[in-house]
Design a protein around this ligand. Structure first.
Ligand code: WTA
Length: 653
């Protein structure tokens, strides 16, 4: 058995869940009487405008609905309900890359969100249920834009600011968005970068009836073209807005937002989240997983373009009444100590980041944390990919001083909030394991027939009972919801609806869950989900490329990196590898964004395929990772190609 790190007794005293006995009892109770458990939580945590009449409706499973008949508003839950007691408390502490700080109290945030809501309604004509695309840097106005949508009942669709015009356009079209909210630009690595020109480019080729209004927040003040009649200047409009706004009472099941994420096939899916179930779990998990209290200063480093930035960058901690830190720039700018300096300066109590960031910070400044006063830290969190023991131990010892529990949280865009995680005041932790499911969450590791695998064996990570923050569907594609998530693991019992996450996992010797990564053709590059299919379709547009298959190899910093196996068209044999690599990466930047790049390009004479023509990516992945292929090679149409690719691959590495 590997060493377990016990919770620190100081933290344990006041933790929400402060012993394993308490955790087990709560989990058991939630498992046996789920509706009683969820009912109590919903009544305790949510400010209902109108109470709900039913906790869970499973009659159309796996399309569930929660808290039917209830009315509430997420912005009220995150802001207004805190005003009576905490109006002068900081809701947001924002720091620019250049070191400028803005502190926004709950009172000020409430005024800003109300004014923003008035702009959306009065100047941009946004109505309840309309889709609003948000393409913003990490500035307070980005959070205000999200909360203002919540306030008026519009559905936000946040697109990560590093995505290209192509991706932005696809999402505008997919959701038939009415408005885009953006900024001129922001700063990274000390240099300005631009967003508004990318919006212009995206809208250039959009159908004319979509998005004919763009709201621009001036931030980096670099000159940008303004299209009169279409573009609106936020700073001018905000001056004349009323500071009050009556929140729209939303049904529990109304869609709060759509966020796109990659699946193994086709275009990214618009994951659809609701109102009551989502905010309930965002708030409750913020409290119990991070031990968030009203005096906590919580810093989640994720961009708002990802689910982590939604649930724990904005909604959860604000609903819990804490202070959030938002940082505009790069964690290592201008030097390796920046991240630790921010913690010292703002007395951050919880830091939530990704293994990629931890590995990078470790690499560029292993001793940097010791130069800063990090004594305010209480809990450290990680998310997005499996964390390797070396990074975990450095995080635990050098950042947390051996006294801060690490919560390794496993969850997904689809789950809305944490599913598997240690509880900081209860769970003994160890490197590399997200440990145990949270109370109310039924995680099982199964085979494809829905039978549990034995301890130590790899299986499919599934969730076998509904939970309130689960996504309700894929935007405009309920078939895909069923096919991608509920049709993979099928039990003979037709009444069992098993949600398959796409991840593999096993139970270790402590009975803890170890998540091993995706079992499908989704890659995890620096914690960003990207499908092989998306990358391949971009690469295939290059004139020289006849065929391509993309897989991931392991990488010291980004966790996984991309290997592309390319077959050239006949007359393109003598191309310079570096030139073609640059050209392919340029295409990826244009089609997806600069976060996706090929690390290793391997030119091969053909790809291994089944007789029905399916490329065997799993086999290519084993080759790229220098692992012995475990796949059945008997179904390959052209078996000799395997040895040829292995030889080329070895020479190329
Ligand atoms: C991976 C991010 C191991 C996993 C919240 C999942 C993790 C995908 C962990 C979801 C973790 C997330 N340990 N792997 N603690 N957390 N993952 O939708 O493969 O961007 O399916 O949501 O990230 O990525 P997504």
């Amino acid at each position: 058995m590997s060493k377990l790190y016990k919770p620190n007794s100081e933290l344990q005293k006041n933790a929400y869940i402060n012993s394993m006995d308490m955790y087990r009892q709560l989990w058991q109770h939630a498992d046996e009487q789920p509706e009683v458990y969820w009912d109590k939580l919903a009544k305790e945590k949510i400010n209902w405008i109108k109470p709900y009449s039913r906790v869970l409706n499973s009659s159309k499973a796996p399309f569930y609905s929660w808290f039917e008949g209830g009315k509430l508003n997420i912005a009220d839950q995150c802001i207004d309900r805190h005003l009576a007691k905490n109006s002068n408390k900081n809701a947001i502490i924002w720091e620019s890359e250049s070191g400028k700080t803005r502190k926004i109290t709950y009172k000020k945030l409430s005024v800003s969100v109300n004014k923003f809501a008035n702009i959306l309604i009065n100047d941009l004509g946004v109505k309840k249920g309309d889709r609003v695309v948000i393409y913003m840097p990490i500035i307070p106005e980005a959070a205000c834009a999200m909360l203002a949508c919540a306030k008026i009942g519009a559905i936000h669709v946040v697109v990560f600011g590093g995505f290209s015009a192509e991706v932005l356009r696809e999402r505008i079209i997919d959701t038939k968005a009415k408005v885009v909210i953006t900024a001129d630009g922001a700063y990274r690595h000390g240099k300005p970068y631009m967003l508004k020109p990318i919006v212009d480019q995206a809208l250039n080729e959009c159908p004319a009836d979509l998005c004919n209004k763009v709201l621009v927040v001036k931030h980096n003040k670099v000159e940008i073209p303004f299209i009169s009649g279409r573009d609106y200047d936020y700073q001018s409009l905000v001056k004349s807005q009323k500071s009050t706004f009556k929140s729209e009472p939303m049904d529990s099941e109304d869609i709060s937002f759509i966020l796109h994420t990659s699946g193994s096939t086709g275009k990214p899916k618009g994951i659809q989240h609701t109102t009551a179930g989502y905010i309930l779990w965002a708030q409750y998990t913020s409290e119990i997983v991070f031990d968030l209290k009203e005096d906590s200063v919580f810093w989640c480093t994720a961009d708002i373009g990802w689910i982590t930035g939604h649930t724990y960058g904005v909604y959860g901690p604000l609903a819990a009444g804490a202070t959030i830190v938002m940082y505009e720039g790069v964690l290592t700018y201008p030097d390796a100590g920046r991240c630790w300096k921010i913690i010292e300066k703002h007395h951050v109590t919880q830091l939530y980041t990704a293994p990629t960031a931890i590995r990078l910070l470790h690499k560029v400044g292993p001793n940097e944390p010791s130069k800063y006063d990090l004594s305010s830290l209480k809990v450290l969190g990680t998310v997005g990919e499996p964390i390797n023991p070396e990074a975990w131990l450095w995080y635990y010892n050098s950042v947390g001083g051996g006294r801060c529990p690490i919560v390794d949280t496993w969850w997904q865009t689809e789950t809305g909030g944490h599913m598997i995680s240690p509880l900081p005041g209860a769970t003994p932790i160890k490197p590399g394991s997200a440990t145990l499911p949270l109370p109310g969450i039924s995680v099982e590791i199964l085979d494809v027939n829905g039978t549990p695998v034995s301890q130590g064996s790899q299986g499919l990570l599934c969730i076998t009972k509904p939970w309130p923050s689960m996504f309700r569907s894929v935007w405009h594609d309920s078939d895909r919801y069923i096919k991608s998530y509920y049709d993979v693991v099928k039990s003979s019992d037709k009444n069992r609806h098993i949600y398959f996450s796409g991840d593999g996992a096993y139970y270790d010797e402590n009975g803890y869950i170890v998540v091993t990564g995706r079992t499908d053709d989704v890659m995890n590059i620096s914690g960003h989900r990207v499908s092989s299919a998306e990358v391949e379709s971009a690469i295939a547009s290059h004139l020289a490329v006849a065929e391509v298959a993309v897989v991931s190899q392991l990488d010291d910093i980004s966790g996984e990196s991309i290997v592309a196996y390319v077959v050239y068209h006949n007359n393109y044999d003598n191309l310079n590898m570096l030139t073609i690599l640059n050209e392919l990466n340029q295409i990826l930047t244009t089609e997806i964004g600069p976060i996706i790049k090929i690390k290793r390009l391997i030119i091969v004479p053909g790809l291994p395929k089944t007789r029905s023509g399916k490329v065997l990516r799993r086999l290519l992945r084993s080759i790229a990772r220098d692992e012995q292929p475990t796949q059945d090679l008997s179904t390959i149409e052209n078996p000799t190609i395997v040895k040829i690719i292995q030889d080329i691959s070895q020479k190329a590495s």
